[in-house]
Write a protein that binds this ligand. Structure first.
Ligand SMILES: Nc1nc2c(c(=O)[nH]1)N[C@H]1C(S)=C(S)[C@@H](COP(=O)(O)O)O[C@H]1N2
Ligand SMILES: [Mo]
Length: 368
């Protein structure tokens, strides 16, 4: 592989280096959730964030099959009709990209430069994976299950089909789905048509799109996306794998935005601040809000619980009495005691950053 393709691997930007055209191109392809869309319980199609490592592959529905192979008693080949004939469930799941927040790290790992917007919630319909694996019959030697997509590319010099592995225990968790619908319509091409994995609670990389093969392995999966990418590390060491989504709260930005900076303008008076909070590690326990850049924190009220894997709404009534600039912040804590940091610990690939969001606002005197 050419030296140049190898050299573009996972670079760290200089401290004062601007986002490059390569990063801009990735950002233009991989769109984020417009934060005003936090108002919807279920993110409308087209507003859900998108992350595609290579190209969106063309999958021919007439010939597409899902293969189940490896350390099983019987290998399977299933058509979409076969999968649609199986037990059907719909689960509301919040997905977040593990790279969310990366662009705020200093120095910046050069990759898809997300700020806060790599998240969305959809109603995924499909069939649970565990009973399918049980039908194939896992051999006692089964250790991991790999999921391979139809998309192909090169990443840091390694040519590959996008593939991820999960342990047998994680793959057979009852919530893990093979999904063929999103928000009640067939999966759109960019979200994995005709079939994707949905691993609720996990950062998005686990939910392999454009599935073509599920292979049961009698050894740990050693593919690039598990062993090289998606690791928490400081330097060249192996590091720890990125797994479940850390807690995060986001504010639906109030008032109206300045075109260029997206700083918010709002009038003095009462504003009900609202947003969403989620954690893949444990249910959300509390959300706190600061209206002075993090000096003082106030308890927000949590909205209805919409299911273990869906984000939870929250609200806080703010009396904006003082005209001038300020910064709004929100912070989630889950039932396991995980809380969002105010200062983010840095890691080499910019993974699993869940720094508290900061929303600059300008309060102006309301006209009487
Ligand atoms: N086959 C395949 N699956 C994939 C990806 C990919 O590039 N190829 N991207 C992963 C990543 S990193 C994320 S965050 C989610 C994004 O899912 P979405 O685009 O439907 O929001 O898909 C995951 N599944
Ligand atoms: Mo991602």
């Amino acid at each position: 592989m050419s030296e140049q393709l190898l050299e573009t691997a996972a670079r760290i930007a200089e401290p004062d280096e601007a986002v490059s055209l390569d990063e801009l191109r990735l950002a233009a392809r991989n769109s984020g959730l417009p934060l005003e869309a936090l108002r919807y319980d279920v993110t409308p199609l087209g507003m859900h964030y998108l992350l595609v490592h290579y190209d969106i592959p063309h999958v021919d529905l007439a010939t597409w099959t899902l293969r189940v192979s490896g350390a099983v008693e019987r290998e399977l080949a299933l058509s979409l009709a076969d999968l649609r004939d199986r037990p059907r469930v719909t689960t509301r799941v919040t997905l977040e990209c593990a790279g969310n927040g990366r662009a705020r790290l200093l120095p910046r790992p050069v990759s898809q430069p997300w700020l806060d917007e790599a998240v969305g919630t959809a109603e995924w319909t499909g069939t649970p994976l565990a009973p399918l694996l049980a039908e194939a019959g896992l051999l006692p030697s089964a250790v991991d299950v790999s999921f391979t997509g139809h998309d192909h590319g090169i990443e840091r010099g390694v040519e590959q089909d996008y593939a991820r592995g999960l342990s047998v225990a994680d793959a057979t968790a009852p919530e893990v789905l093979l999904a063929y619908e999103m928000n009640g319509v067939p999966l759109p091409p960019q979200h994995g048509a005709p079939l994707r994995l949905v691993a609720p609670g996990w950062y998005g990389m686990a939910s392999v799109k454009w599935l073509r093969e599920i292979s049961v392995l009698d050894r740990p999966f050693d593919g690039f996306q598990n062993t090289v990418a998606y690791r928490l590390k400081q330097g060249d060491e192996d590091g720890e794998p990125v797994t479940r989504i850390r807690p995060r709260a986001l504010l639906q930005p109030p008032g109206f935005p300045d075109f260029m900076t997206r700083a918010r303008v709002l009038d003095t008076g009462r504003h009900v601040l609202t947003g969403r909070a989620w954690s893949g590690m444990a249910p959300v326990a509390r959300v706190q809000v600061s209206t002075d850049g993090g000096a003082e924190w106030h308890e927000a009220s949590l909205g209805a619980d919409e299911g273990r894997w869906a984000w939870r709404s929250w609200s806080f009534a703010w009396d904006a009495t003082v005209p001038g600039p300020t910064v709004l912040c929100c912070r989630a804590t889950d039932e396991a005691g995980n809380v969002q940091p105010v200062d983010q610990a840095w890691n080499r690939q910019g993974m699993a950053s869940n720094l508290v969001q900061r929303v600059p606002v300008l309060v102006r005197e309301a006209a009487h």
